[in-house]
Design a protein around this ligand. Structure first.
Ligand SMILES: Cc1ncc(COP(=O)(O)O)c(C=O)c1O
Length: 419
């Protein structure tokens, strides 16, 4: 079978057995890309004909690039000795990883429960908050995103859960960066406020005017827990290990995922204060996850933490962040009617375009310009740019040049779409 035929067959099978709608969407968008070879900051189409710089990184899964050799070596080594393990038994691997997380997370998050996906980890965070406080209500941010599982879904945008019938009660949402709205919603029934440090799906909205500090204070005064979702913003993305370290806030619960996998072995973590562990006193088996914290994956997560917390690693993230910010500022001057804003903390970056129609079109222009960039689902005028954190400086310059190209061809694609 030729490469082209192999690709056609993959698309056909995907449409017939995985998702008809996705195939139709990508065909209509002229983005018929089937992921083939992948390495470092790049992904190739299965035909071998097109290479893209991955500036999506699956929301941070590929913070350390695709198929990072150190991660592969760690997993290969781990596979010689371990398997999934037994989620009921005491585990040295989970214990070591939980200790490392305790040492590296802000405040006093002494305990960790592991999961497989971010949604599961958020669900557990909310269970702990409800169980500990004995209160029912959870407040989250409008436009925020925490996953598609039970409680995580209820904490997210209405459009994701509306087709699926009644949600669990007790969830409400307030605008991000509006402290008065949050204070007005807190009451003696509020178990927790859950926020992404930087809401990614809402368009990389950067917290302003001590918002997070004020949220933390208001929560404390109300005996409400603060859950910080670092699934996208954590693990060096913002130039510090955790984005929340940019603010004077110590969360009661911190959730991490995506990049913790090293892009190779799925694992997520819900880290919380010692007192909150009392939720499991009566029945320590009340929450279990068969694959959560699989022993074979724990050394991978340890390696990710070791790499991402290294001071030199974080320095080079900040140096490249400066290249991007200089480059994008220039592009803002060059395209004042198209590029109207920048949202950036370290290498967590969003470029704000003049209209919500432009975001999806920019994604297409990016594809034509050789990079993968996805618009923010809950704010399509913003395009997220999350390249791997370990790219060379020259590649950062090249990405800026390719963004320049995408902005240049954007009007022509917009015009063509109108016809
Ligand atoms: C901020 C945030 N939290 C939670 C999740 C859910 O993670 P998962 O897709 O692994 O369930 C995501 C996924 O994109 C996310 O961006």
């Amino acid at each position: 079978m030729s490469n082209g035929e192999e690709k056609e067959r993959a698309i056909d099978l995907f449409a017939r057995h995985v998702s008809r709608g996705k195939v139709q969407f990508f065909k209509e968008a002229g983005i018929e890309f089937v992921m083939g070879k992948r390495e470092g900051p790049y992904i190739w189409d299965i035909s071998g004909e097109k290479r893209l710089i991955d500036c999506h990184s699956n929301g941070g899964v590929f913070n350390l690039g695709h198929r990072n050799p150190e991660i592969i070596e760690t997993l290969t080594e781990s596979m010689r000795e371990f398997d999934i393990g037994n989620h009921h038994l005491i585990s040295k691997q989970r214990a070591l990883l939980a200790e490392k997380l305790y040492k590296l997370t802000p405040g006093n998050l002494e305990y960790t429960v592991f999961g497989v996906g971010g949604g599961e980890a958020i669900d557990l965070a909310i269970k702990v908050a409800r169980g500990f406080t004995g209160r029912p209500n959870i407040i989250s941010a409008i436009g925020g995103y925490h996953g598609h599982t039970g409680f995580a879904l209820a904490a997210g945008d209405r459009k994701w859960y509306e087709p699926f019938g009644p949600m669990v009660p007790g969830f409400s949402q307030v605008p991000f960066n509006d402290i008065d709205a949050l204070k007005g919603s807190l009451d003696s029934n509020t178990a927790a406020v859950i926020l992404e440090t930087i809401p990614a799906t809402y368009g990389i909205e950067i917290p302003r005017n001590n918002y997070l500090e004020e949220v933390s204070k208001a929560c404390r005064e109300n005996a409400t827990l603060l859950i910080i979702d670092e699934v996208q913003s954590g693990l060096g993305r913002t130039g510090k290990l955790w984005a929340i370290e940019h603010f004077s806030v110590t969360p009661d619960i911190l959730v991490t995922g995506k990049g913790l996998s090293g892009g190779i072995y799925p694992i997520t973590a819900t880290c919380f204060r010692k007192e909150l562990e009392s939720v499991f006193d009566r029945d320590p088996f009340i929450h279990v996850s068969t694959f959560g914290g699989a022993e074979v994956g724990c050394p991978v997560a340890l390696k990710v933490l070791e790499i991402s917390s290294n001071a030199d690693f974080l320095d080079q993230v900040n140096r490249k962040a400066a290249i991007f910010s200089r480059g994008f500022e220039k592009l803002k001057e060059k395209y004042p009617d198209t590029l109207v804003g920048l949202r950036q903390l370290g290498m967590m970056m969003g470029i704000e375009l003049a209209s919500p129609e432009m975001g999806p079109v920019f994604s297409k222009a990016a594809y034509e310009s050789g990079f993968l960039a996805v618009y923010a689902y809950n704010n399509p005028s913003v395009v997220q740019l999350l390249p791997a954190l370990n790219i060379p400086a020259e590649l950062a310059e090249e990405i800026v040049a390719r963004v320049d190209n995408a902005l240049a061809i954007l009007p022509a694609i917009m015009e063509a779409l109108k016809k």
